[in-house]
Design a binder for this molecule. Structure first.
Ligand SMILES: *C/C=C(C)/C=C/C=C(C)/C=C/C1=C(C)CCCC1(C)C
Length: 271
């Protein structure tokens, strides 16, 4: 039977996808504009943030089109009788963006060369394994054991990533300043809170009986999680790069160092 959504349900997903396009596009412009505010040695992290939102922007255009093409408006409802909705765009997107997001965090920390390499290799392999193992389950029947088995299999590399970020990386943070350590700490909890939404959205079709509700929860869940995990995460990476640039004494070309800024004693002088 074709999936049928009410006008509100269909529009909730439609508008969420549209919102993500706006957020990714704005983040892309933002990361390009603030680039010169951080020291050249910290710009790699910003480059990676820029690539992540550019890749996601592209995929959301495709997801948006695929969603529109999958339904027709019949008798006040949206019936999924068009081309099949392409769930694959999300997974292809994650395959590229998840390793890049983890690399953002690793490169902004400026650990030793050996440590950086080892972290990048292990986190990339774990990220790819997590997504490849999740895919067969995502397209499996919601009530099938296959969906559960692939979901559990995908959770193993996911837990490994969390282990590396919380336990292993925690030990390397001693070399960072107190300010940077606080930002990195916050960032790790943001990863936990936002990446945790993906497995929940994945489970939705198996635990929610109403097929239409489950589909809306899954699509909106993935979309909201993407905005938090990509643009918001990138802004925090920028904050870390900025804090480190200031600690290195970097001043943006054309900007005056903070010490020279004249603050009038009397505010009335300003008018
Ligand atoms: C920008 C996209 C991001 C950060 C995507 C992250 C995706 C996950 C953390 C997905 C995890 C999954 C599981 C842990 C089990 C079920 C299958 C997945 C792939 C949804």
């Amino acid at each position: 039977m074709d999936l049928t959504l009410s006008e509100n349900q269909y529009n909730l997903v439609y508008n969420s996808l549209s919102f993500v396009i706006a957020a990714m596009g704005a983040a892309l412009i933002f990361f390009l504009l603030v680039r010169s505010r951080v020291a050249p040695r910290h710009r790699m992290a910003l480059t990676l943030s820029t690539l992540v939102v550019a890749i996601a922007l592209y995929h959301y255009f495709r997801i948006f089109d695929s969603w529109s093409a999958a339904f027709s408006y019949v008798g006040g409802e949206y019936v999924q009788d068009g081309e099949p909705f392409n769930e694959g765009y999300r997974y292809v997107d994650w395959l590229l963006t998840v390793p890049l997001l983890l690399a953002e965090l690793v490169v902004v920390l400026k650990l030793s060369k050996g440590k950086t390499r080892s972290l990048l290799i292990r986190l990339t392999i774990a990220a790819i394994a997590m997504i490849l193992l999740g895919w067969p389950g995502e397209v499996a029947d919601p009530d099938s054991t296959a969906r559960t088995i692939w979901g559990v299999a995908s959770t193993i590399p996911f837990l490994y990533i969390l282990y590396v970020l919380f336990i292993e990386l925690g030990r390397s943070l001693d070399r960072q300043s107190a300010g940077v350590r606080k930002l990195v700490d916050g960032l790790r909890y943001i990863i936990l809170a936002t990446w945790g939404v993906y497995p929940l959205a994945y489970i939705a079709p198996s635990v929610i009986d109403n097929e239409a509700t489950a589909e809306v929860v899954r699509q909106v869940g993935y979309s909201v999680a993407d905005v938090l995990a990509k643009p918001l995460f990138g802004i925090l990476i920028f904050a870390i790069a900025l804090a480190k640039s200031r600690e290195d004494g970097y001043v943006m070309p054309g900007d005056t160092p903070q010490e020279d800024t004249q603050v009038p004693d009397d505010v009335s002088e300003l008018t």
